[in-house]
Write a protein that binds this ligand. Structure first.
Ligand SMILES: Nc1ncnc2c1ncn2[C@@H]1O[C@H](COP(=O)(O)OP(=O)(O)OP(=O)(O)O)[C@@H](O)[C@H]1O
Ligand SMILES: [Mg+2]
Length: 277
């Protein structure tokens, strides 16, 4: 018989519990492990067509998630549903963001609460400069006046980091921008608006190798322990230069598989056929 084993065990259990509590406290301090977005059984229609058929997704602060999936599977619809775009009708489920139910909240209110979405196809707005657009958006989101000199300096700093010509500050938003420049401009918006959750819908599509690295750099610059990123992509190249926490496969309106970065690699090699059934 092992003398004293039974009396040591409770101490070990206590020590283990203390260790667990310490890890939880440290994570809470860092913002890690705290739920930022929770989507429960979300069902969404567009023009009476059932698009999302019960989406479940949880994103904690400090995490980067990726949604991949075939064309038309519902990725952009998921992003639009989070922002409650009125073109989509929620017929079931709910969305909790930062502890509040935003399922039926107005889009601008959701943006004010800290959700940002970059567009798959960014709009051109003639007559509104990049600076004025961002200044207006920042003011709307924060509710505070924007000090123009400091703001322009901040913009310039971010543009340099993103290898964007600072002269573009005065150009009309996206007018005459190349596909890659439009996508970088979306990342610039994310950095300036500094949301709690950034949803990037194919921000990496149509980018050359260097621009993909620049976009990854922008995401790294943005990310911290108190915010989160949801990347929608077809392109596993962005995952070569960015470490992500979870990859979800969305097929026919449902998340059919969740894994780590390895899952993206597997999809790159084998495609979606095994998930389509
Ligand atoms: N506003 C809308 N009105 C009608 N149908 C829509 C609307 N938005 C999306 N759909 C349909 O919903 C389905 C899913 O579209 P969604 O844009 O979410 O796909 P996706 O996964 O983002 O595809 P992709 O990879 O091509 O961007 C498609 O069949 C699309 O035609
Ligand atoms: Mg899409």
């Amino acid at each position: 018989m092992c003398v004293g084993a039974n009396s040591i065990r409770p101490q070990m259990i206590i020590l283990k519990d203390l260790l667990k509590i310490k890890i939880i406290c440290n994570n809470k301090k860092k913002g890690l492990g705290i739920m930022l977005l929770e989507i429960n059984d979300l069902c969404v229609n567009a023009e009476d067509k059932e698009i999302l058929k019960g989406i479940n997704l949880k994103i904690n602060k400090g995490e980067i998630h990726v949604i991949m999936g075939p064309n038309g599977s519902g990725k952009t619809t998921t992003a639009n549903a989070i922002l409650n775009n009125p073109a989509y009708t929620k017929i079931g489920g709910n969305i909790i963001f930062d502890g509040q139910d935003i399922t039926h909240e107005k889009t601008d209110e959701i943006a004010r609460k800290g959700v940002f979405m970059s567009f798959q196809l960014p709009e051109e707005i003639p007559g509104v400069s990049v600076t004025n657009f961002l200044k207006y958006a920042k003011n709307k989101v924060t509710g505070e006046p924007v000090k123009i000199f400091a703001f322009k300096e901040e913009l310039k700093k971010y543009m340099e980091e993103l290898n964007m010509n600072p002269k573009y500050m005065e150009r009309s938003l996206n007018v005459g921008f190349s596909g890659g420049e439009k996508k970088k401009n979306e990342i610039l918006q994310m950095l300036v608006l500094n949301p709690k959750l950034a949803i990037l819908d194919e921000t990496d599509s149509g980018l050359d190798v260097d621009a993909i690295k620049t976009v990854s750099k922008g995401i790294e610059m943005f990310k911290n322990e108190n915010n989160a990123v949801l990347i929608i992509t077809h392109n596993t190249k962005i995952l070569h230069s960015l470490k992500v926490d979870y990859v979800h496969v969305l097929v026919n309106g449902k998340i059919v598989k969740t894994g780590t970065q390895e899952l993206a690699k597997e999809i790159e090699e084998n495609g979606y056929s095994k998930y389509k059934n």
